[in-house]
Design a protein around this ligand. Structure first.
Ligand SMILES: Nc1ncnc2c1ncn2[C@@H]1O[C@H](COP(=O)(O)OP(=O)(O)OP(=O)(O)O)[C@@H](O)[C@H]1O
Ligand SMILES: [Mg+2]
Length: 319
């Protein structure tokens, strides 16, 4: 972080407004990756706290920990667009404070048909209070790209390539020929469906009550199945994973295996690849799981922003 001059205002950045977690990567800073939760509960100036347009809210870990009043990015299909400014400001409120941020942003979206709407929501100048400090924020969208494409940027691509992105709300199937995208199909099923199913099927372990989805997600992300100090949901998880795969994913995985049969390399990204037991299954079937599959897209988006700025240097010194 030491390479940022205090007077620097203009920053290339990449933003992946995921249904499960937000990823914001601003040049020269650590990546912000926080759960896609928004809470309006009263709170101190924690990371993720924003006061903007007369309302106060918190994005991320603290919102998730309050356990109530939260609005998930995943609750509605168009939330990625509608909540984008709130979640972006909330993500920014996790970074070291600055008086001014001028972000030159590349953003990814599962449905590029909504790109214009997303630009309208994000582009502009704002004066939010970020974690207790007033800041001038200017947002300029350089480009909106289909989700997952960021992860490929800078890679030497094989001639024929099929990529599956196992997201929280969406599973994306994309096929490329000579680096050009031929197909990009979002299926509205992701890890969230698995987690919901687990929460229902674990009732017998949980005194008859539905399990808490955020707690299930938390333990799976750490890589185990201990829901609480004294409850392991391993058997329920294993059965639900199998069901989830058979019911929803088999079809798209089979499409990908067909592509492999036709000479494609098959790559996988998204947090779903890291689910306990699932990674092995994918690798056994010939998938190459990209390094850091959860954040790979955001890292590529930042590189795209830098490349665009380098191509048009005159437009990058606007302020
Ligand atoms: N290290 C991990 N191990 C296991 N599961 C993980 C891990 N990291 C993330 N996940 C789970 O994988 C799922 C997908 O994570 P990811 O961050 O790719 O989704 P997203 O980008 O937020 O969602 P979408 O792409 O649908 O908008 C989430 O449900 C998350 O809980
Ligand atoms: Mg994603």
């Amino acid at each position: 972080m030491s390479n940022i001059h205090t007077l620097q205002k203009i920053f290339p950045a990449g933003f992946d407004n995921g249904y499960g977690s937000l990823k914001l990567l601003v040049d020269g800073n650590d990546i912000v990756r926080v759960p896609s939760y928004i809470s309006t509960a009263d709170m101190e100036d924690v990371p993720g706290r924003v006061i903007f347009n007369g309302s106060a809210y918190t994005v991320g870990e603290s919102a998730f920990r309050t356990g109530y009043h939260f609005d998930r990015n995943t609750d509605n299909n168009e939330n990625k667009v509608n909540n984008a400014l709130l979640t972006l400001l909330g993500a920014l409120a996790h970074l070291p404070q600055r008086r001014a941020w001028h972000l030159k942003l590349v953003v990814s979206l599962h449905d590029v048909g909504l790109a214009e709407e997303l630009k309208q929501v994000l582009n502009g100048e704002y004066q939010p209070i970020l974690a207790g400090k007033l800041s001038d924020v200017k947002i300029e969208i350089l480009k909106v790209v289909p989700e997952g494409m960021g992860a490929l940027f800078g890679h030497q691509l094989p001639k024929k390539l099929t990529v599956l992105d196992f997201g929280n709300g969406t599973t994306l199937y994309s096929r490329y020929n000579q680096g050009k995208r031929e197909v990009h199909t979002p299926y509205p099923i992701g890890v969230e469906v698995l987690i919901d199913d687990i929460s229902q099927k674990m009732k017998h372990l949980n005194g008859g009550k539905v399990g808490d989805a955020s707690k299930i997600r938390y333990c799976l992300e750490i890589g185990h199945t201990k829901y609480s100090r004294d409850m392991d949901i391993k058997d329920v998880y294993t059965a639900c994973l199998k069901d989830w795969y058979e019911k929803y994913l088999k079809k798209v995985v089979n499409l990908t295996l067909d592509a492999k049969h036709q000479g494609d390399e098959i790559w996988a990204i998204g947090g779903g690849c890291l689910l306990p037991g699932f990674k092995k299954l994918l690798e056994k079937n010939g998938f190459h799981i990209l390094d850091n599959p959860v954040e790979a897209n955001a890292f590529g988006l930042l590189e795209m922003a830098k490349a665009i700025m380098n191509k048009n240097p005159t437009s990058t010194f606007g302020r």
